[in-house]
Design a protein around this ligand. Structure first.
Ligand code: ZN
Length: 207
């Protein structure tokens, strides 16, 4: 899948903004550099908040590769908006609430939040590596590399900090949360499917 940047200020207009972004979107195949063609759509019923969403598919005739164009506010295979998942992870990392409390606030099952935290931890080293690699290319002072990353919480806080720095550097006027920015960079960094091997960071938009 490929995550696309959607410009929208409110939850109410998310769906419409995604459809508008689709109209504007043009892309070339990452393998053969030829333009993609639109190739039907499928219906996504989650996040329920948005109602049914028609997800555009694109296709490279030359390579026979199909991708789904997901809006940046959705983590692939996730059932909630990425801002909800980010809020939960942030809360756990900064030790603000227990998983049980978060489950109440966010109206999500506690086992779901525990799973989000597990996925985040399993992706942590890959994210640290990928984000550090991006920041290393910018003229910013390398003070971001400081700090403890011994515990999962410390590592999580560092990742959230690096996401914030990347986002501020590359998309200063980006409308959505940090995880939405990660989706644009490489959606594979935020999800894990059974039986799917972890990929190397930086190979964005190839699946
Ligand atoms: Zn191609």
């Amino acid at each position: 899948m490929i995550s696309i940047n959607v410009r929208s200020g409110s939850v109410k207009s998310l769906k419409q903004s995604y459809y508008e972004a689709l109209v504007r979107w043009v892309g070339i195949c990452l393998i053969c550099q030829r333009p993609y063609h639109r190739h039907g759509s499928y219906t996504r019923v989650t996040p329920r908040l948005l109602g049914p969403l028609y997800i555009q598919r694109i296709y490279c005739k030359h390579c026979g590769v199909t991708h789904a164009l997901l809006p940046c506010f959705i983590i692939p295979f996730a059932r909630v908006l990425d801002v909800v998942r980010e809020a939960a992870i942030m809360s756990i990392c900064h030790n603000l609430h227990t998983i049980e409390e978060l489950a109440e606030f966010l109206a999500v099952d506690p086992t779901t939040i525990a799973r989000w935290w597990r996925i985040f931890r399993s992706k942590a080293s890959m994210m640290l590596q990928a984000l550090s690699a991006i920041l290393a290319q910018t003229p910013q002072l390398a003070d971001w590399a400081r700090g403890n990353v011994d515990t999962w919480r410390e590592r999580g806080c560092k990742i959230l900090e690096l996401i914030g720095r990347c986002r501020a550097t590359f998309y200063p006027r980006f409308m959505f949360c940090g995880f939405a920015w990660v989706n644009l960079f490489d959606p594979h960094l935020l999800f894990k499917r059974k039986g799917m091997p972890d990929r190397t960071p930086g190979s964005a938009n190839t699946g």
